[in-house]
Design a protein around this ligand. Structure first.
Ligand SMILES: Nc1ncnc2c1ncn2[C@@H]1O[C@H](COP(=O)(O)OP(=O)(O)OP(=O)(O)O)[C@@H](O)[C@H]1O
Ligand SMILES: [Mg+2]
Length: 225
């Protein structure tokens, strides 16, 4: 499903260049649950941005579902980000003035889903993450765990095959974090591919495979921490 060959990412800031990812070879098959770990600055978010087609590699090849990403048009990439991949971030990234319902509806609007189907789908998603009674709450009227569950429901709106999460429990207490991880496990059991960046050893231990980054390299790739 995901195949990266000798992928490099170099950031250029003024006259300074920085190799954030160096010759990354990575294959992820459909239905895997992967944790990405490593120190701050090791390239985890950079890798996630590349996997999610939010950014492009400097060199190397990335093939997603058999198609080289470099050959895709910007419309095709936008469609992949909307329909094939669900993103979950540490800071939730919800629209501040919109309710839980409206936040979850956004990707459906972009996908031009009919209003009747949107209503059905948002209600189903709210129930699935245990927020049926919070549909009308804005982010300021929700707990951190509820905001993150709203963000997960939004990520699931168009039934993506891949869920990419960057420190999804970083801003949560351990109980709320545990609930988030349980939702990811349910999604994995339902056949989704899950890739979670985490500093939390307890989360990493629950994944099938742990990819350890260090200074832009893959230092470890296996089932041991
Ligand atoms: N847009 C950018 N321009 C220049 N340098 C960048 C940019 N984004 C990231 N970097 C640098 O690339 C390196 C990797 O950053 P990245 O965000 O991938 O790290 P990370 O492993 O996610 O760290 P953290 O655990 O702190 O989130 C860092 O040294 C960072 O300073
Ligand atoms: Mg990061």
């Amino acid at each position: 499903m995901i195949e990266m060959k000798q992928l490099c990412k170099t950031y250029i800031t003024g006259k300074v260049t920085f190799d954030a990812l160096k010759r990354i070879d990575l294959t992820v098959t459909s239905g895997e649950f992967i944790a990405v770990v490593g120190p701050s600055g090791s390239g985890k978010s950079t890798l996630m941005n590349l996997i999610g087609c939010l950014d492009t590699p400097t060199t190397g090849e990335y093939t997603l579902n058999g198609t080289p990403v470099s050959s895709m048009t910007s419309n095709q990439l936008a469609d992949i980000r909307n329909r094939k991949i669900g993103f979950v971030f540490q800071a939730f990234n919800l629209l501040p003035y919109a309710t839980a319902y409206e936040n979850i509806e956004v990707p459906l609007l972009f996908a031009r889903v009919s209003s009747r189907k949107r209503r059905e789908r948002v209600s189903e998603l709210l129930a699935r993450v245990g927020l049926a009674d919070k549909a009308g709450n804005r982010p300021t009227e929700m707990s951190g765990g509820e905001m993150q569950r709203t963000a997960i429901a939004r990520a699931l709106a168009n039934e993506p095959d891949i869920i990419l999460a960057d420190e999804p429990t970083g801003n949560l207490d351990s109980k709320s974090g545990g609930e988030i991880i349980n939702i990811f496990k349910q999604l994995w059991n339902a056949g989704k591919t899950i890739i979670v960046i985490t500093h939390d050893v307890n989360i990493a231990k629950q994944a099938q495979r742990i990819i350890r980054l260090k200074d832009g390299f893959i230092e470890g790739n296996g089932n041991m921490l």
